[in-house]
Design a protein around this ligand. Structure first.
Ligand SMILES: NC(=O)c1ccc[n+]([C@@H]2O[C@H](COP(=O)([O-])OP(=O)(O)OC[C@H]3O[C@@H](n4cnc5c(N)ncnc54)[C@H](OP(=O)(O)O)[C@@H]3O)[C@@H](O)[C@H]2O)c1
Length: 290
């Protein structure tokens, strides 16, 4: 099997590259521009599967640059879908927990705006509340309608050895760096998500493709959930660091983009096929001790 990996230099892409080993064909941004269908047409060929990790991932900057976010996350996904469909290649596309709004109102028939308390399954209805989430959701819709053999793989709050390319590191490393600098560390305790180790996500993505699971949407995140504050607390607990860590509220950060207050993911479908992600605490321990 030959697998082309778009965004292979990124945080998730580099781990996917590693798990596929010799089957992988890495495609850096220098080699392919997903915004340009001619570039996709030129590069995407002679493989069984294309995995697209390319994205405009900066959530706040997406509010100021919606055209760029949509070009990469929606039109880019459409371009890859069109080429995959025409050339009979399977398409595995990476999406996000930010397609959800975190409110009960996202569930059919409810008009309430209470915070959601149960993890999102694949059949919950997206309702993005920021430009990044909307551009990623538009990408999903293009894929569903422009190609038949696809996996849309939603992941969440990623951290990995490589660190997100455009974010300059990852949350775990920022926490460690701040404590090393003896800084007072303030982290939000009212945003709940599923912290996910890219190595685990990469291995599960390979399993989904290799075991030929039915096409469609899959949630791939470490099991369980935490607030960002609880996540930071666990990092320091594992490392036995006595950090100056304090909880704050999201509203205190004055972020440009709104964020879902709850976006934990759970997979009904993986369980059905006997696949399971490990809990986020175990994955974090592995990352920190690895
Ligand atoms: N990071 C998270 O917490 C998170 C959470 C949920 C879902 N996701 C999703 O997971 C996927 C991977 O995210 P990541 O954290 O690994 O991001 P990342 O580290 O920023 O990697 C993105 C990769 O895509 C490349 N790329 C960007 N724009 C491109 C374009 N127009 N054409 C071709 N390549 C392009 C980047 O190359 P350059 O840097 O050289 O441009 C980089 O190699 C994305 O789909 C993202 O939406 C991420």
């Amino acid at each position: 099997m030959k697998v082309a990996i778009i965004g292979s230099t990124g945080q998730l892409g580099s781990d996917i590259l590693e798990v596929f080993g010799e089957e992988a064909i890495p495609l850096s941004h220098d080699e392919i521009e997903v915004k340009d269908i001619n570039s996709c047409r030129r590069v995407l060929k002679d493989v069984d599967t294309v995995i697209n990790c390319a994205a405009y991932i900066n959530v706040d900057q997406s509010e100021d640059h919606p055209d760029e976010a949509f070009m990469v996350n929606a039109i880019g996904a459409r371009n890859v879908a069109l080429i995959c469909n025409a050339r009979k290649m399977k398409y595995a596309h990476i999406s996000t927990d930010f397609v959800f709004d975190g409110n009960v109102s996202s569930l059919r028939g409810s008009s309430q705006f209470n915070r959601k308390k149960k993890s999102y399954h694949e059949d919950d209805e997206p309702n993005p509340i920021n430009t990044y989430g909307l551009s990623k959701y538009a990408g999903e819709i293009f894929i569903r309608n422009y190609c038949t053999e696809f996996y849309i793989i939603r992941s969440a709050s990623l951290y990995g050895k490589k660190g997100a390319r455009r974010k300059g590191g990852n949350f775990v490393e920022w926490m460690i760096e701040k404590s090393n600098n003896n800084e007072i560390i303030k982290v939000v305790d009212d945003v709940i998500m599923s912290p996910t180790y890219t190595k685990d996500a990469a291995e599960m993505i390979k399993d989904i493709i290799e075991t030929k699971l039915p096409y469609g949407i899959y949630h791939v995140a470490n099991r369980g959930y935490s607030s960002w504050f609880e996540f930071a607390k666990e990092i320091f607990k594992i490392l036995e660091i006595n950090a100056k860590l304090f909880p704050i509220k999201l509203s205190e950060l004055n972020r440009k983009a709104r964020r879902p207050k709850f976006s934990a993911l759970e997979s009904k479908k993986l369980n059905k096929f006997g696949l399971k992600m490990r809990r986020w605490e175990d994955a974090l321990k592995d990352y920190l001790n690895g």
